[in-house]
Write a protein that binds this ligand. Structure first.
Ligand SMILES: Cc1cc2nc3c(=O)[nH]c(=O)nc-3n(C[C@H](O)[C@H](O)[C@H](O)COP(=O)(O)O)c2cc1C
Length: 175
């Protein structure tokens, strides 16, 4: 069983979520390769793919969108799990709905599950323009990633892998 995890991240926090998901799969005996979206040149020999992207200006990062549509046909034929990380809030409502472009991509490729997690903002690592934008908007810095939720989601992926459900027809994530 081999899964590719590919994550688009500007400041590393979404990458860390991807790595935690990877470790959880490896612990369940699933082989994982981990590549940045721009480094993906083939989807041959994979049993499933996990796509992850940080959210900026209500959108996934362009490298993830590009990958999703460049490999759309191939991804449609594989079990795909999509996650985004962004909202800077502890309110559960903040992670209730993925950005529109992620929902459209999830539907386009028939993702089995599409999930939104909170994000992390560290003022110190932002570019000056980003920092100014965050200060102007009064956006709180902090770490709102829900590791428990991410590990539970990884557990569902592992359950699917080991339970043999990847042979079945994909579910509609928007249903
Ligand atoms: C300039 C800027 C714009 C952002 N826009 C959004 C947004 O529209 N929606 C959202 O949920 N999060 C937004 N965020 C929060 C990021 O998605 C969050 O910090 C995320 O964890 C960053 O991931 P990364 O460290 O992998 O780049 C924004 C952050 C910055 C700095």
């Amino acid at each position: 069983m081999k899964v590719l995890i590919t994550v688009a991240s500007k400041h590393g926090s979404t990458l860390e979520l991807g790595r935690a998901i990877a470790e959880a799969l490896v612990k369940r005996g699933i082989a994982v390769s981990f590549l940045r979206p721009e480094k993906v040149t083939s989807l041959e020999g994979l049993d499933a793919v996990v796509l992850g992207s940080a959210v900026y200006s209500n959108k996934m990062l362009p490298t993830m969108t590009a990958l999703g549509y460049r490999w759309g046909d191939r991804l449609s034929a594989l079990p795909v799990y999509l996650f985004c990380s962004g909202p800077l809030s502890a309110n559960p409502q903040a992670v209730a709905q993925l950005p529109l472009d992620a929902r459209i991509l999830a539907r386009h490729i028939g993702a089995r599950s599409a999930k939104l997690f909170g994000g992390r903002l560290r003022m110190g690592e932002l570019r000056p323009a980003e920092r100014a934008l965050m200060r102007m908007g009064g956006i709180p810095h902090g770490d709102y990633r829900d590791w428990g939720a991410a590990l539970r989601w990884a557990g569902q992926i592992a359950d699917d892998a080991l339970g043999g459900v990847w042979a079945a027809a994909p579910e509609d994530p928007a249903a």
